[in-house]
Design a protein around this ligand. Structure first.
Ligand SMILES: Cc1ncc(COP(=O)(O)O)c(C=O)c1O
Length: 446
């Protein structure tokens, strides 16, 4: 942990000094040059599941709404309000168009975390008389898991946390087997943020409809990356995040079905009754515009973009497999996000691996909690052992990933793993054909 911390502090210092330098530079050209210098020193960004850089077209669409067109979309009496309201409604339509919804079914939120909270708490409160049982999965995002645990603690909900299969999929059969006469909500994410596995959404949607249970899906990673049609898939409630799809941070949306069946949600935030009472608070107009534009671009370009990203992802995967042995893929080989590659490198130590890959901004299979490095709970749920989970890397490609960056990522990954394995007695033993599972390790006396 110590070395990782030092590395993090060094990067932080670099960024802070560059921001100060930018502010001190006299003209725009010099400012741009200092941005370029920083970017040149920064690692290559392959962490597009954590967040994506904003698309310049999104930024451009947002800018008028920060200064001149600053009105409150809820102001009904003057042109400032009307202009803001029009911009917000256009954004709502753009979001709805991407997912096959009606714009009246889109509620703006601050992001997918809030959307997850509203969806789960909102259903449990609104339909308390009908039932209190939620079916979800162990591999869900914390925004779903912690919300469920909170409701359990309050005694408001009973929750079943399903196990995925070894590829990270939740089977429809396991959902069916968990349904009781108190089940009001199935909460299964569209695509997993660590391993990229895509859920059998259509089958789950059909089951939910047949049983009269609401189907909620956290689609923060899936919207804009794979085609999603809420009607075709039978989705009743869906969480969307702006910053995962080249939009701004601090904005998201919740799709809430209005017909067959109509979903009603008790609000989490009370106030002026904005967003049809489901989420009060003055809308951040520039952010709404940004999310709308991001959705419009995703809809128009997804197909072509995915071809390019899949080709790059396959190049990365094959490039690593050609040079390294004992590499295993985490997540489903086919039902996975185009931009996700999550692999475990056996016989290397996790922290050393991250250090050796310092020129790549990737994510490790360890979650850093306050005191220790815990192996990822998602990988653990798949049955990946602690050691392998620690030495797993999530590569998240994106719209702006280039072929040169992928070539570099292959080289650096191969070099890092090879170097660490040179020092690994376990790797040597494995190569000699010794079955490590049968080795009797000597345990030192206390
Ligand atoms: C699947 C999933 N759900 C929810 C979130 C939270 O999204 P936001 O940052 O918009 O609150 C994320 C982001 O990490 C995610 O990947």
């Amino acid at each position: 942990m110590g070395d990782v911390e030092v590395d993090r502090n060094r990067s932080l210092e670099l960024v802070i000094s560059s921001v100060v330098a930018q502010n001190e530079q006299g003209n725009n050209e010099e400012r741009l040059m200092s941005v370029e210098t920083v970017m040149a020193k920064m690692p290559i960004y392959l962490d597009n599941h954590a967040t994506t850089p904003m698309d310049p077209r999104v930024f451009e669409a947002m800018t008028p709404y920060f200064l001149g067109s600053f009105g409150n979309a809820a102001s009904r009496n003057h042109a400032f309000g009307w202009v803001a309201e029009k911009a917000v409604e256009t954004a709502r339509e753009q979001i709805a168009a991407l997912i096959g919804a009606n714009s009246k079914e889109i509620v703006f939120t601050s992001g997918a975390t809030e959307s997850d909270n509203i969806a789960i708490k909102g259903v449990i409160e609104m339909y308390a008389e009908k039932g209190n049982h939620i079916i979800t999965a162990k591999t869900e995002h914390k925004a779903v898991l912690d919300t469920c645990k909170y409701l359990e603690r309050l005694g408001k909900a009973e929750v079943t946390y399903l196990d995925p299969d070894t590829d990270g999929r939740i089977s429809v059969e396991s959902i069916q087997a968990a349904i009781t006469d108190k089940t009001v909500l199935i909460a299964v994410m569209a695509a997993n943020n660590e391993i990229g596995t895509i859920a059998p959404l259509k089958e789950i949607g059909a089951l939910a409809k047949e049983k009269g249970i609401f189907f909620f899906t956290d689609a923060a990673q899936a919207v804009g990356r794979i085609p999603l049609d809420v009607n075709e898939l039978g989705i009743d409630i869906m969480a969307i995040s702006g910053h995962k799809i080249y939009g701004p941070k601090g904005i998201g949306a919740l799709y809430v079905r209005r017909r067959r069946p109509r979903v009603r949600l008790t609000p989490v935030i009370h106030g002026g009754g904005h967003e049809r009472g489901m989420r009060s608070g003055t809308l951040p107009v520039p952010l709404c515009v940004g999310l709308g534009k991001a959705c419009e671009i995703a809809g128009a370009e997804m197909e072509e973009e995915n071809k390019r990203i899949i080709a790059l992802r396959e190049k990365l995967h094959q490039g690593i497999l050609e040079k390294l042995d004992y590499v295993s893929l985490n997540g489903h080989p086919e039902h996975r996000l185009p931009n996700n590659l999550n692999i475990s490198f056996a016989y290397v130590e996790g922290e050393g691996l991250m250090m050796a890959m310092k020129d790549l901004a990737v994510s490790s299979g360890s979650a850093c909690t306050s005191a220790s490095l815990e192996p990822s709970y998602v990988l653990k749920a798949l049955g990946v052992g602690d050691e392998l989970a620690h030495s797993s890397i999530r590569y998240g490609l994106g719209r702006f990933t280039t072929e040169e960056e992928i070539d570099f990522a292959i080289t650096q990954s191969v070099e890092a793993v090879s170097k660490l394995r040179e020092m690994s007695p376990l790797y040597e033993m494995a190569q000699e054909g010794i079955d490590l599972a049968t080795v009797q390790w000597q345990v030192p006396h206390e």
